[in-house]
Design a protein around this ligand. Structure first.
Ligand SMILES: Nc1ncnc2c1ncn2[C@@H]1O[C@H](COP(=O)(O)OP(=O)(O)OP(=O)(O)O)[C@@H](O)[C@H]1O
Ligand SMILES: Cc1ncsc1CCO
Ligand SMILES: [Mg+2]
Length: 273
């Protein structure tokens, strides 16, 4: 069966996010909290940053989807991350994992692997992170990638099959896979790599899209990456550098029009990549 991967299908799902305003519970790093919450609001979703051990799991009941990002990890947070992921699983709610800096340190990698055991719906990382999570050779430099998405695809597919989840590898071309099918997204701008936490923010956007299409996380994730990448392209036209790109990206995500999405989304199935 062909996947629906057009600008029109991206717009349709984006409209569902705007119409239903899904509540996305985020346990995320200090660097990304602001841009992530604002990006979710600009897209029409409703963010809630809730990470205390006391309330994290209970909060899941209210949420349509959960995001867990280990960017500024410390031992006090790992318990609430695991409790929240467990609650999401038990309640049948989608949850997505952003394995920031996987492979950089033992503590980080082991925490991430323990979260992967709790079966996320989606794992979205840069190429180095996905390779490290999959058990390949780590090429991570702090939180930035030193590899391309294509280099990580084979390990990413293995990981998706093993966990039974979707894996999204970001980069110049984003690749999204369920271990069987591969979708390529070519929207974006290299200037995104000069604004911190844009990867974190797009993972949260994917959670919002998945909340509105829980039966099809592969397509929902690809659509989220495409809409985000397109908004960044529009913002880059006016940007003078990273700071104005960051501001313009929020404005573009908020105001992007149906015709722009329908005509400029660059998604295709790329199973032979
Ligand atoms: N060279 C590039 N050209 C176009 N778009 C890019 C490029 N590199 C990354 N992107 C886009 O930038 C966004 C962030 O991806 P990236 O791989 O930089 O994530 P990340 O390393 O996890 O970021 P962060 O850790 O800062 O949140 C994605 O939407 C991706 O498509
Ligand atoms: C720079 C940085 N360090 C830890 S998390 C984070 C945000 C980008 O992943
Ligand atoms: Mg990242």
């Amino acid at each position: 069966m062909d996947l629906q991967l057009t600008g029109a299908s991206a717009w349709e799902l984006f409209c569902k996010v705007k119409e239903t305003g899904p509540l996305i519970q985020c346990i995320t790093n200090f660097v990304s909290m602001d841009i992530m919450a604002n990006m979710l609001l600009a897209a029409g979703a409703s963010p809630a940053m809730a990470h205390s051990r006391e309330e994290a799991a209970e909060f899941v009941r209210l949420a349509s989807a959960v995001l867990i990002n280990v960017g500024t990890l410390s031992p006090e947070w790992t318990d609430s991350m695991r409790a929240t992921a467990t609650a999401a699983r038990e309640l049948g709610k989608p949850w997505v994992l952003d394995p920031v800096g996987a492979g950089a340190t033992t503590f980080r990698t082991q925490t991430i692997l323990s979260l992967v055991d709790l079966k996320p719906t989606l794992i979205r990382g840069n190429a180095s992170e996905v390779m490290a999570v999959a058990g390949g050779v780590g090429t991570v430099r702090g939180v930035d990638s030193t590899a391309s998405a294509v280099e990580a695809l084979s390990l990413g597919k293995d990981l998706a099959r093993r966990v039974g989840c979707v894996v999204a590898i970001s980069g110049a071309t984003d690749l999204v896979t369920d271990g069987h099918r591969v979708v390529a997204c070519r929207n974006g701008t290299p200037l995104l790599t000069k604004v911190t936490a844009t990867g974190c923010a797009v993972t949260a956007l994917a959670a919002a899209f998945i909340a509105c299409a829980p039966h099809d996380p592969l397509t929902a994730t690809a659509h989220a990456l495409a809409v985000f990448g397109l908004a960044a392209e529009l913002a880059a036209r006016e940007a003078r550098g990273p700071a104005s790109l960051r501001v313009g990206l929020l404005d573009a995500l908020y105001s992007v029009k149906q015709s722009q999405v329908c005509e400029n989304v660059l998604l295709n199935e790329a199973n032979d990549t």
